[in-house]
Write a protein that binds this ligand. Structure first.
Ligand code: GDP
Length: 401
């Protein structure tokens, strides 16, 4: 609608957020989630439950014998989800084989390299020519699955989280929380948080609410912060409970409802992920990626690449410069040549005039070799030879150059 001039004081910039909204919706959103943890902790089930999709339709689970020689693999599955016209391109990075081997000392190297590679790729794309259509494959969040039967964190959990906490937003998750009683969940949560603090691990913290935020939102944030590490249950089965269809796990003694906040923190984890998706991306961009970038520049890695790019650019500029200088010299040479040609013409005219026969012939001396008589006709010093002309040219060029 056009601005109504009868509305005094209305300019129309109140509409700006709608423009941003429209543009973002049109463009769609992209998010990369990584899931790490021992196999069998329910990672795949949880991811499928979170986004109500089947991300691993053809999954093959290796046998124990196969696992002995297997290293950690990185598997990326992408899915485009649409909800009320809003598109989300979700990439889930799975890490099968993590903690599966007999010696797990180096089992997370492949994961670290993958995270770095994505940063590297982004850095490269960002310094490339087409910066508009960069696909962001950086890992925005990592759900780290803790074994519910482990009496807290294991040395591998601590080592892994310490290795990645400066590269990615780590969200610890207690897997298969239905195997623990309410009291056990509370105890385990406290133990994990204490160990995280004692070992200086920096997990993702939700942003503080602004004072002008509404009370419901503040309460939601408070509850989400209090629920970390999220104790979750995953299931892809829909069960009918008292006439209601719920996603849950059916046991002989009852049904665990995945989306019931009384049963587990699944809904809190999903709320945290969805409502803070933008913040997770911002922290990735402003902290983790910036760390990577500045490290690269400081160590000369990224700097080298940039210098290389810069010097390539410089070379190009230099050659353009050279070409310009050359054409300037050519222009001056051409001018000088034109001047010389004019001079030659003038000389030729003068010669022609001088060569005209004298009106009254005086007594002559015998001519030698057909040369004109001295003082009459063309004087030998007036003739500009081709040689002289060349010399003049080169002399004048030297002057010019
Ligand atoms: P992944 O190897 O970590 O991806 O684990 P899966 O998702 O394949 O799950 C391994 C097994 O655990 C499957 O039999 C699942 O049905 C089961 N499972 C998944 N989530 C849960 C859960 O929350 N609680 C319980 N008790 N079992 C689960």
């Amino acid at each position: 609608q056009f601005v109504n001039p009868e509305q005094p004081g209305y300019v129309g910039f109140a509409n700006l957020p709608n423009q941003v909204h429209r543009k973002s919706v049109k463009k769609g959103f992209e998010f990369t989630l990584m899931v790490v943890g021992e196999s069998g902790l329910g990672k795949s089930t949880l991811v499928n439950s979170l986004f109500l999709t089947d991300l691993y339709p053809e999954r093959l689970i290796p046998t124990a014998a196969e696992k002995i020689n297997k290293t950690v693999k990185i598997e990326t599955s992408s899915v485009e989800i649409e909800e009320r016209g809003v598109k989300l391109r979700l990439a889930v990075v799975d890490t099968p084989g993590f903690a599966d081997a007999i010696d797990n000392k180096d089992c997370f190297n492949a994961i670290l390299s993958y995270i770095d590679e994505q940063f590297e790729r982004y850095l490269h794309d960002e310094s490339g020519l087409n910066r508009r259509n960069i696909v962001d494959n950086r890992v925005h969040c990592c759900f780290y699955f803790v074994n519910p039967a482990g009496h807290g964190l294991k040395p591998l959990d601590i080592k892994f989280m310490k290795a990645i906490h400066n590269k990615v937003n780590v969200v610890p998750v207690i897997a298969k929380a239905d195997t623990l009683t309410k009291r056990e969940v509370e105890k385990l949560k406290k133990k994990i948080m204490d160990e995280i603090a004692d070992n200086g691990i920096q997990i993702y913290t939700l942003p503080d609410c602004d004072s002008d935020e509404d009370e419901d939102y503040k309460e939601q944030c408070r509850q989400l912060k209090g629920a970390i590490p999220f104790a979750v249950v995953g299931s892809n089965a829909v069960i009918e409970v008292k006439g209601r269809k719920v996603r849950g796990r059916m046991y002989p003694w009852g049904v665990v409802e995945v989306e019931n906040p009384e049963h587990c923190d699944f809904i809190k984890l999903r709320t945290m992920l969805i409502t803070h998706m933008q913040d997770l991306q911002e922290v990735t961009q402003e902290i983790h990626y910036e760390n990577f970038r500045s490290d690269k520049l400081a160590n000369g890695g990224g700097g080298g690449e940039r210098t290389q790019r810069k010097s390539k650019y410089r070379n190009k500029l230099d050659s353009v410069d050279k070409e310009e200088k050359l054409s300037e010299k050519d222009r001056q040479l051409q001018e000088k040549e034109a001047e010389l040609r004019r001079m030659q013409d003038m000389i030729a005219k003068m010669q022609a005039q001088m060569a005209k026969p004298a009106p009254a012939p005086a007594p002559t001396q015998p001519q030698q070799n057909g040369a004109p008589p001295a003082g009459k006709g063309l004087r030998s010093d007036a003739i500009v030879t081709r040689e002289q002309c060349k010399q003049m040219k080169s002399g004048s060029h030297q002057q010019t150059l």
